[in-house]
Design a protein. Structure first.
Length: 364
């Protein structure tokens, strides 16, 4: 059986440790209060496959992500990075631990840096310390260190209340920080975050419309989601209309213990009564390239998810842009099923996004 996944990904996500020094109220990570560390042998196993892929893909990215990667320390992170050859390393961090020494580390290793911050202080209220204290000032100190040392950075912001006023203020704040690109995530129900947020569709569409207007009026900072819509529109205009026939990027996430989850990093650390496990295997026992080659047979939930993708293709006019959604959103919103269709995530972050960009184009 074909898995419909590519056997060579564009990137891998590595979890150097589970511990996070913050306790954000919307966080999806199940083990963020435990200190589990990835061993160098796991990184070496992953690198054996990645280095082969990177030999023909000079932009292959290794992303160090979640818990808070900097909690593992510079020496351990350097040891985990050492086996990789010819790749681009990036790190997604809450910035609270960034100081001059970390800035030198980022520069010495040619790392791309992404910072998680949700906007000005009132919008950042969900990002708190383990003692439930605001983390805003500590995040800003880390960003200031990046700026002093000339380290470029991107940002990811989680929006819990998408409205036009939030979009205007958020864009201006993040651009003023000096970010070159922002990723905007509307809060999702997934993983350890069981909060069920019902975002008003009209307000969310207006949020994206306003975000486009802010970007066009300012232009200092790109917005990842707008880029994706414009890239899609450009493909359509040039007669290369995506139809979902392209195979999916498996986006393997390697947890601290070597277990591998495909497509949705948010599934890492969870088991399931029906499937037994949501992992595809473990790089301590099986090479990563073999796990991807045999993904259809090794990933118990994949066939059910692909059935849901086919249902989206058959019934949703936004399918060509969305591609059928992400396993984690379907799994956690649909009570452990992966063959469903529309989710609150796709309504807020795909459908409202496309409609918001289109509304701006029609009315400006």
């Amino acid at each position: 059986m074909s898995s419909r996944l590519t056997t060579v990904p564009n990137s891998v996500i590595m979890q150097p440790g589970t511990l996070c020094n913050l306790d954000c109220r919307y966080c999806y990570l199940p083990f963020r209060k435990a200190k589990h560390l990835m061993s160098p042998s796991v990184a070496e196993s992953v690198a054996a496959s990645v280095n082969h892929w990177a030999a023909t893909r000079p932009d292959f990215e290794v992303v160090w992500h979640g818990g808070e990667p900097l909690t593992v320390g510079r020496d351990r992170l350097a040891a985990l990075m050492r086996p990789f050859r010819g790749v681009v390393h990036s790190v997604q961090t809450n910035a609270t631990l960034i100081d001059a020494a970390w800035c030198r580390f980022f520069r010495d290793h040619g790392m791309r840096v992404g910072v998680s911050i949700d906007g000005p202080e009132p919008m950042n209220a969900e990002r708190v310390t383990r003692s439930d204290a605001p983390a805003f000032a500590r995040i800003l100190r880390g960003i200031d260190a990046l700026r002093r040392h000339g380290i470029p950075f991107s940002v990811i912001a989680v929006v819990v209340d998408p409205t036009p006023a939030v979009a205007r203020e958020l864009y201006g704040f993040l651009a003023d920080l000096g970010a070159d690109v922002a990723g905007i995530n509307i809060e999702e129900q997934e993983g350890a975050n069981t909060r069920r947020r019902w975002h008003d569709t009209e307000k969310t569409t207006a949020f994206w419309d306003t975000m486009v207007a802010a970007w066009r009026g300012d232009g200092r900072m790109r917005v990842r989601e707008i880029d994706r819509v414009l890239s899609f529109a450009g493909a359509v205009l040039h007669g290369d209309r995506p139809d979902g026939s392209d195979r999916l990027d498996p986006l393997p996430t390697i947890a601290y213990d070597g277990s591998v989850v495909l497509i949705s990093p948010e599934l890492a650390g969870f088991d399931d009564e029906r499937f037994g496990t949501l992992t595809t295997g473990n790089v301590r026992h099986t090479p990563l390239d073999m796990l991807l080659d045999e993904a259809a047979d090794r990933t118990a939930w994949l066939a059910e998810f692909l059935a849901g993708v086919d249902a989206c293709r058959a019934g949703c006019p936004y399918y060509a842009f969305c591609g059928g959604g992400h396993p984690a959103n379907k799994y956690f919103e649909h009570g452990g099923r992966l063959d469903g269709t529309r989710t609150r995530y796709c309504t807020a972050s795909k459908i409202a996004l496309v409609e918001g960009v289109a509304r701006h184009a029609r009315t400006r």
